[in-house]
Ligand binder design. Structure first.
Ligand code: R5P
Length: 297
């Protein structure tokens, strides 16, 4: 039996291959057959004693079921340690019941994943009211890796440095922009965001000297693109010389990308936490460093 192997679904297979090379472990594909009625038949090749499953959890609902079935197959094959490598971890934003009768999705999904895995490794999880990944997953090992240094190195390679303004669209974003700014020796600012509905927000940058400056606008997630587009518009009206957008988790579609570019973004870059046409910043090395201790289990 193999001691350690990485398993991947079709989604994100290229990034899983980069991770397997960085780790020096074999990569196997989880086969998912979708029946005409929508149910799945999931099978895995030979199980390893320690099975690392790579699965970016964007558009997660079907993937959660496929993961459950893959874990069943691996445990039945003899795997005794299961590690989920989910560079994007879904449902973290719904960390409270905002209205009567709502599920707290963060808790429900965390309980489900904790029942399957011994350890979870993710990147820039959206932690807000619950500020520590260990509190989200109290029953298993959990690591929330930061992409800030990787993003800052990417920005530095494009000539950004201490004169660049590192902006985030809202107060929560300072946990990401602050670290990017620190790595570049630059100033970080947060916008004042007011959400009107699922797709409409208003953002201002009061008291910030924006005029004539190059701005790197960063956030953890771009989904509908509304937040980024409005932040770009606001910085553009405030006289920014150039605006570059960087995001860890690119969940947005082509229409959102067009809207952000039309608002004035010169470039849009994302990490490869979620497979997306804007991917420019690989995370394989960050993930491999965190997973190397699995070789010694
Ligand atoms: C929320 O606080 C996140 O950090 C993002 O700002 C948000 O998810 C972006 O959503 P959208 O792209 O739909 O405006």
């Amino acid at each position: 039996m193999m001691s350690v192997a990485l398993y991947s679904f079709a989604h994100g297979a290229d990034h899983a291959e980069a991770l397997s090379l960085a780790l020096g472990v074999p990569l196997a594909t989880v086969d998912v057959h979708r029946f005409p009625d929508g149910e799945s038949r999931v099978s895995v090749p030979e199980a390893a004693s320690t099975a690392l499953i790579y699965c970016p959890l964007d558009r997660p609902n079907e993937k959660l079921v496929d993961l459950m079935l893959a874990v069943d197959a691996l445990r039945r094959g003899g795997a005794c340690r299961l590690v989920l490598v989910a560079p994007y971890l879904c449902y973290m934003r719904q960390d409270t019941a905002f209205n009567d009768g709502e599920a707290i999705s963060q808790q429900a999904v965390a309980r489900f994943l904790s029942s399957l895995f011994d350890r979870i490794v993710t990147v820039d999880a959206h932690l807000h009211r619950v500020d520590d990944i260990a509190k989200v997953f109290p029953a298993i090992e959990a690591q929330n890796l930061g992409a800030a240094k990787t993003i800052a190195a990417f920005a530095a390679a494009r000539g950004m440095g201490r004169r660049t303004l590192i902006a985030g669209p809202d107060a929560e974003s300072i946990q990401w922009t602050g670290r990017i700014a620190a790595a570049l020796g630059a100033e970080a600012v947060a916008g004042a965001k007011c959400r009107i509905d699922d797709r409409k927000v208003e953002i201002t940058f009061p008291g910030t000297q924006v005029e004539g400056r190059a701005v790197l606008l960063a956030d953890d997630i771009v989904s509908s693109g509304g937040t980024m587009a409005v932040a770009v518009e606001s910085l553009s009206h405030a006289g920014a010389a150039s605006i570059f957008v960087v995001v860890t988790h690119a969940l947005f579609d082509a229409a959102a990308e067009t809207r952000i570019r039309a608002a004035g973004a010169r470039e849009i870059w994302s990490t490869d936490a979620v497979p997306h046409p804007t991917n420019a910043i690989p995370l394989a090395s960050l993930l491999a460093d965190a997973l190397r201790n699995e070789m010694k289990q």
